[in-house]
Design a protein around this ligand. Structure first.
Ligand code: GKR
Ligand code: MG
Length: 421
């Protein structure tokens, strides 16, 4: 059998409308950006990937795309070497900081990730098998997600209110939860915190508990609290939350809190690369790691992270950023093939009003997405929609995620809340 080669790679930046979701560093801009990666082979196959599209990241994706023709899509180690060569010494993490929340030290995993996903999509399509089969096979046929609640304004300033309306107090959060649970059937809920004083965010969690006595709940302030405040919140919410997510910044801070509470601590902020695992384990700082194949260097690395979590007795789940269907499909295949996924993944998917994959494959039922059974990722691009979202990118004027800058354009005295309370 002749080996197919990559013949052409297209990277398309897209923008889609995003509501004013509040977080520790500010507020989501009116447009969220993503890059769609299409890898074509000389045998006529097409693989897809999706990733961040801050302009520095886009430039790096473009540079890799230019050298990929001729590469064997089964040679993932070679792909990684190619990406490393292209990046050279330009490996600073800029372009993947989630609006300034993260300090990513290397761009290699985030640049490699969408090309790896696209190559795995190609491999699986060549074999006529679902992508999860390349990750060891699906151990579940449906992947449960957690409904992701945000404090939010009624609409972007100067624009009409969106369909969700405002959520700035416990009643607003419970109303939002009702919409999520009624519309998508979520069986667990996550509240993005770090926005209001921790007492108010605890009150919102308690209101959710009163409204939904049986739903697992989690609160994620993205490191907004001091270690002492985090301990106090853990005391108040013990038995109410299944875990607290990144209450305070850093492995040292998390270890301080973990030593003083039985509430499990989860992170997608202080363990974001393999080099963080050993110190976090040594300090017993984290009980649940929230993976993210975009950040951890693709699906195979994320599967490796799953094995490490199992080895050290840590729980495992996934967090998300604003994303479209190609990312959701990859998350679903990864989660399906991860035996020790101990908590429902979270997703921003309900917050978007547009997508660029053909509808029907990725629908939510009872809060879960059925694992696509078709070849590869199982999703196809809707080219008209890709065109629409690309036009939006060209005209929207947003070129990087800047939650703080956008917030300061509305509230000039705003400073990010990190470890403030
Ligand atoms: O979309 O504002 C947001 C979230 O805060 C996101 O950027 C985080 O990466 O959801 C993520 C988290 O769990 O921290
Ligand atoms: Mg988080």
């Amino acid at each position: 059998m002749t080996r197919s080669r990559i013949s052409r790679v297209v990277v398309t930046p897209v923008a889609f409308a995003d509501p004013p979701l509040l977080n520790v560093v500010g507020v989501h801009q009116p447009w969220a950006l993503r890059a769609i990666v299409e890898v074509h082979t000389d045998s006529g196959l097409l693989g897809l990937g999706e990733i961040y599209a801050d302009e520095i990241h886009l430039a790096r994706l473009g540079a890799v795309a230019a050298v990929l023709p001729g590469h064997d899509p089964f040679d993932l180690h070679g792909l990684r070497r190619l990406v490393a060569d292209v990046l050279g010494r330009e490996t600073g993490g800029g372009g993947a900081s989630f609006g300034g929340m993260l300090d990513v030290s290397s761009a290699l995993p985030t640049v490699y990730s969408p090309f790896e996903v696209a190559c795995l999509d190609i491999q699986a399509r060549a074999l006529d098998r679902p992508l999860s089969d390349l990750l060891g096979g699906a151990v579940r046929d449906r992947v449960p997600f957690s409904g992701y609640l945000f404090y939010k304004w009624a609409g972007h300033p100067g624009q009409p209110d969106d369909e969700w309306g405002a959520a700035l107090d416990p009643d607003g959060i419970v109303a939002q939860a009702q919409r999520m649970v009624d519309g998508w059937g979520f069986g667990s809920l996550k509240l993005k915190g770090g926005v209001l004083h921790p007492d108010e965010e605890c009150a919102a969690i308690e209101a959710l508990r009163a409204a939904y006595p049986d739903l697992p709940l989690r609160l994620d302030p993205n490191g907004a609290w001091t270690p002492e405040t985090s301990v106090r919140v853990a005391e108040r919410l013990a038995g109410v939350v299944e875990y607290l997510e990144d209450p305070t910044p850093g492995i040292g801070g998390m270890a301080y809190v973990a030593a003083r509470t039985d509430v499990p601590l989860a992170t997608n902020m202080c363990v974001i690369a393999f080099e963080h695992v050993a110190p976090a384990v040594a300090a017993d700082a984290v009980q649940v790691v929230l993976s993210d194949h975009h950040l951890w260097g693709g699906l195979r690395s994320s599967a490796l992270l799953g094995g490490i979590c199992e080895t050290f007795g840590m729980g495992l789940s996934m967090h998300s950023n604003s994303h479209l269907g190609v990312s959701l499909a990859a998350m679903v295949h990864l989660a399906a093939a991860t035996p020790n996924l101990t908590y429902a993944c979270d997703t921003h998917y309900p917050w978007k009003t547009q997508d660029l994959v053909t509808p029907g494959v990725l629908s939510f039922e009872d809060g879960a997405v059925a694992v696509p059974t078709g070849p590869g990722l199982g999703v196809e691009l809707d080219r008209d929609q890709l065109g629409v979202l690309h036009e939006q990118y060209l005209t929207c004027g947003v070129r990087r995620r800047e939650d703080t800058v956008y917030m300061q354009s509305i509230q000039p005295d705003f400073t990010p809340n990190t470890s403030r309370w």
